[in-house]
Design a binder for this molecule. Structure first.
Ligand SMILES: Nc1ncnc2c1ncn2[C@@H]1O[C@H](COP(=O)(O)OP(=O)(O)O)[C@@H](O)[C@H]1O
Ligand SMILES: Cc1cn([C@H]2C[C@H](O)[C@@H](COP(=O)(O)OP(=O)(O)O)O2)c(=O)[nH]c1=O
Length: 206
C-alpha cells in the first residue's frame, strides 16, 4: 500500500479552490483511494466553532492568528494524523500556508512568531502537495460578488489586502517548489481541472 498523502488547496478568496477540490476527490475516488475532505479553520467540532468566531467576530489580530493555530492543533490531533496513520488520504481546503499568507502577508504580523508556532504545532508534518490557485484580486472579487453570498470578515477586505496575501502565497511557493503546484486560476474550470489531474498523476501515479 502506498503511504497516505496530505494534499492542501490554497489561494485568495474567490480563486476557485472549492470548485476544484471536488474534482480532486473524484480523481481519488475513481482510483479506489480512501480519503477525507476537510477544511481550515474547521474540520473538527471544536474547529468549526472556532471557525464561526474567526469568520464573524471582531478580535485582536494576534488572537485571530493564534485561534487559527489552535483550530489547526485540534485538526491535526483529531483528524489529520489519525487519518494518515490508518492509510486515509487527507484533502484540506487550506492549512498553515494560509496563516502565513493572510495573517503575516495580509495583516502584517511578525513571520518569526508564526514560524515558531508552526514548529510547535506540526514540526514533522507538511502537506505532500499544495495546489496554489493564483488569481488577480480584482477577478476574484468579481467572482465572489457573483455568488450573491454575504461576505465574511476576510472577504470584506480590500484589494490591497488580497494583493499582499497573494504575494505572500507566491513567496511560500517559490521557497518550496517541490511541494507547491501553482495554478493559473484565470483558466476555465475544465482547463484548471485538467492541470490538477495531470499533477496528481505525475506526483502519485495513475
Ligand atoms: N475557473 C473559474 N472561472 C470562472 N469562475 C469560477 C472558476 N472557478 C470558480 N469560479 C466561480 O467563482 C466563485 C468562487 O469559487 P470558489 O470555488 O468558491 O472559490 P474559493 O473556494 O477559492 O473561494 C464561484 O461562484 C465559482 O462558481
Ligand atoms: C486557515 C486559514 C484561513 N484564513 C481565512 C481565509 C478565508 O478568508 C477564511 C475561510 O476560508 P475558506 O474556507 O476558504 O472560505 P470560504 O468557505 O468562504 O471559501 O479564513 C486565514 O485568514 N488564516 C488561516 O490560517
Amino acid at each position: 500500500m502506498t503511504t497516505a498523502k496530505f494534499i492542501t488547496f490554497e489561494g485568495i478568496d474567490g480563486a476557485g479552490k472549492s470548485s476544484q477540490i471536488a474534482r480532486c476527490g473524484a480523481w481519488l475516488q475513481a482510483r479506489g483511494i480512501d480519503f477525507v475532505h476537510t477544511r481550515e479553520p474547521g474540520g473538527t467540532p471544536l474547529g468549526e466553532k472556532l471557525r464561526e468566531l474567526l469568520l464573524h467576530e471582531d478580535m485582536h489580530l494576534e488572537t485571530e492568528a493564534m485561534l487559527m493555530f489552535a483550530a489547526r492543533r485540534e485538526h491535526l490531533a483529531a483528524l489529520i494524523e489519525p487519518a494518515l496513520a490508518r492509510g486515509t488520504w487527507v484533502v484540506s481546503d487550506r492549512f498553515s500556508d494560509a496563516t502565513f499568507a493572510y495573517q503575516v502577508g495580509g495583516r502584517g504580523l511578525d513571520a518569526d512568531k508564526f514560524r515558531r508556532l508552526e514548529q510547535w504545532v506540526h514540526p514533522d508534518r507538511q502537506p505532500d502537495l499544495t495546489f496554489l490557485f493564483d488569481l488577480d484580486p480584482a477577478i476574484a472579487a468579481q467572482r465572489l460578488a457573483g455568488t450573491g453570498q454575504a461576505p465574511d470578515r476576510f472577504e470584506r477586505e480590500q484589494a490591497d489586502f488580497f494583493a499582499r496575501v497573494r504575494a505572500a502565497y507566491l513567496a511560500r511557493a517559490t521557497a518550496d517548489p517541490t511541494r507547491f503546484c501553482v495554478i493559473d486560476a484565470t483558466g476555465t474550470p475544465e482547463a484548471i481541472g485538467a492541470r490538477l489531474e495531470d499533477t496528481l498523476r505525475e506526483r502519485f501515479g495513475s
